[in-house]
Design a protein around this ligand. Sequence first.
Ligand code: DGY
Length: 323
Amino acid sequence: MSKPRVIVTRRWHADVEAVLQEKFDTRLNQDDHPMSVAELQDALQTAAAVLPPVSDRIDAEVLGADDIRAKILGSNGVGFNHIDLDAARAAGLTVTNTPEVLTDCTADLAMTLLLAVARRAGEGERHLRNGEWSGWRPTHMMGTSVTGKTLGLIGMGRIARAVAARAAHGFGMKILFHDPFPPRDEDIAGLDATRCASPEEVFTGADFVSLHCPGGKDTYHLIGADALRAMKPTAFLVNTARGDVVDEAALVAALEAGEIAGAGLDVFEKEPTVNPGLLAMENVVLLPHLGSATQETRKAMGMRVVENVEAFFNGDTPRDKLV
Ligand code: DGY
């Protein structure tokens, strides 16, 4: 029996590409270029499965192509706001994502940003590399202590809970959270986490606010001028969720006005473009969407896509079916 045609829209971990080539009639994106709308449409028209990462926008325009032959979109990532699920359903596509396997890795990166911005790590490294360091002195680059402070979480899903565990057990932090779909008590046992009825309670009470909600229309610009003004002037914002949760222009204005102390950002409103106002600020740590970027995690994510697509072609329901 011939193997199903699979198109992988960007380069993936080499071990996963090898497995994909063994199991399916796989076409790779050899030069790793971002595919255009026309290329994505062509992929949907020629393959049985199309495997995009979270950086490909699979919107109503892409999914409006005539004669779509693909039956499954195996997305490589946990977030799925890059895919118009209604349009995918209408086009007869099954859509899957990769939950769980990137939880720890992304939580580690949220803590990296939190620590880096509080302890002025990015600024300190630039200072040293620029040859500006004149030696130890008592007043040099004093940052903000993390241990014992209050961490506020917007969203309390798997990644937020993993951040809470690191913060509570590693740094003795108190945890506040808001989630319209709160976790079960057993999922937050041992964290001494306080549930807040509104996001505002988190903004006003936290020394660090870390975002862990999905992107998309329900959370668009949740962190705007009002939210930023509600935060303590000594507080820091950390975003490893989705860029459009934060109104970047309002964030720049709040930082310039000293309404908050700093920000650690891994995601941006218009990736890969970053607001020039942020690029100019020393009290902001900026990373290029690295939340899940370890060898181990990227391999696990890719293998989870393989598992989903294989299940689909075997006539089973994929474990991570979204639609
Ligand atoms: C995801 O999976 O949604 C991340 O943003 C990419 O690691």
